[in-house]
Every structure is written in structure tokens, then in C-alpha cells.
Design a protein. Structure first.
Length: 87
């Protein structure tokens, strides 16, 4: 499964018929794109923890975490890494 950030900004090329078919770029979020161009489609959303956030927390709090907490974080990160390499 891959997750996307619905709040990520994207630039969508659109032909503006009111300006003689001129190509313009619309700035919007991924969520706005789905609402505007895929009416009736609701992407499944789930809460997710960004890997970058986990890495940062592991670096910043490693000395203050209990060994079991650190081990759990390391194990989850290793499992994630193996899954990414398998793809």
C-alpha cells in the first residue's frame, strides 16, 4: 500500500478555453484535485506516521527512551526498510 499526502501542493496543466485554448497551470492540493476532477471519488484516507518523523524522533530522543522503546522503533524501521527493498 502506498499513501499520499492530500495536502501536498501540485501544479495541474489545464487548457483555458476562455483564453483561446491557452495552457495554464492551476496550483492546488492533491485533495482539491480529487474533489475538482474526480467527482464522486473519495480516496481512502488513513492516519500515517511519516518515516522521516520517526527517524528524527529516534535521533533526538534516543538517549531518553527506554531500551524497549528504542528497540521497538528500530524494529519497525527495519521492517519498513526490508519491505521497501523487496519492492
Amino acid at each position: 500500500m502506498k499513501l499520499i499526502d492530500l495536502n501536498q501542493t501540485i501544479f495541474v496543466p489545464v487548457v483555458d478555453e476562455t483564453k483561446g485554448g491557452m495552457m495554464v497551470e492551476m496550483k492546488m492540493t492533491v485533495g482539491e484535485f480529487f474533489r475538482k476532477f474526480c467527482q464522486g471519488f473519495e480516496p481512502k484516507t488513513v492516519e500515517a506516521i511519516p518515516v522521516e518523523w520517526m527517524r528524527e524522533k529516534m535521533r533526538g530522543y534516543a538517549s531518553s527512551l527506554k531500551s524497549t522503546e528504542t528497540a521497538a522503533l528500530v524494529m519497525v524501521m527495519q521492517m519498513w526498510q526490508k519491505e521497501q527493498e523487496a519492492r
